[in-house]
Write a protein that binds this ligand. Sequence first.
Ligand SMILES: Nc1ncnc2c1ncn2[C@@H]1O[C@H](COP(=O)(O)OP(=O)(O)OP(=O)(O)O)[C@@H](O)[C@H]1O
Ligand SMILES: [Mg+2]
Length: 271
Amino acid sequence: MAPATTAVPPAPPGTPFAIRMREVTVRYPNGVVALDRISLDIEAGEMVSVVGLSGSGKSSLIRTINALVPVTSGELEVGGHRIDGARGRELRAVRGQIGMIFQGFNLAKRTTVLNNVLVGRLSHAPWWRTMLGAYTAADRRLAFEALDRVEILPKAYQRAADLSGGQAQRVAIARALTQEPRLVLADEPVASLDPPTAHAVMGDLRRINQDLGITVLTNLHLLDLARRYGTRLIGLRAGRIVYDGDAASADDAVFEEIYGRSIGAQDVLEK
Ligand SMILES: Nc1ncnc2c1ncn2[C@@H]1O[C@H](COP(=O)(O)OP(=O)(O)OP(=O)(O)O)[C@@H](O)[C@H]1O
Ligand SMILES: [Mg+2]
């Protein structure tokens, strides 16, 4: 395969990632087209909410940007790195700089909060050090800073199994931060949380965006959260972008257009 060409040079160290998609289609092996010729530019440092009905392609979009799902056709660049057509080592290097946040937190329950957060350093460590499980003083400082940033430092030596859902999600955010990510992708990060906790977690994501300048893209099914915490709103329907605009000014009519149905109590956090 010819070396991948990039339209823009790779982002310099430490700067947030931009995302560039041109006519990106993702077809799963079973024939389902999850993304249908998506063209999209997300600037470095943006805070984007993605909404759409179940099955509209939100998770597929995140998994494609993170190179977990291959691009079937079209061009995808993340932080100036060409993702479509790239190979394992290159993809791992880009993926190591992308923090992922999931609905289910994905923590190792039997070990401490601190150990869970230190895992974020593994993508930066040489393989022999990850085998030894030996972290440097700098790794530990990053982990403590991240725990402090999401206000969960006092829990550092507690077992992850003993956390509430909101605390677990904040630990997952701290783990992503310890990676020193240049992009954070969050897939329904507050779907299983009560309203005050959901606001706290979304507030953390917003602070990461505003204070650290990291590009953040969050899939949400609660429209009031999408409007309040995103600066830009992208609406997906059947794998296509049907809305792309300012989040704050998106009213119910915009959401009804995206969803193709009227908006009900199940679509908002604050009933
Ligand atoms: N691994 C897969 N293999 C085959 N089809 C898949 C796979 N993952 C998702 N799909 C299909 O792709 C389409 C988009 O799914 P996706 O999970 O991206 O939607 P979503 O918007 O995240 O939905 P939800 O709100 O339910 O999480 C759906 O039709 C789904 O069934
Ligand atoms: Mg999903």
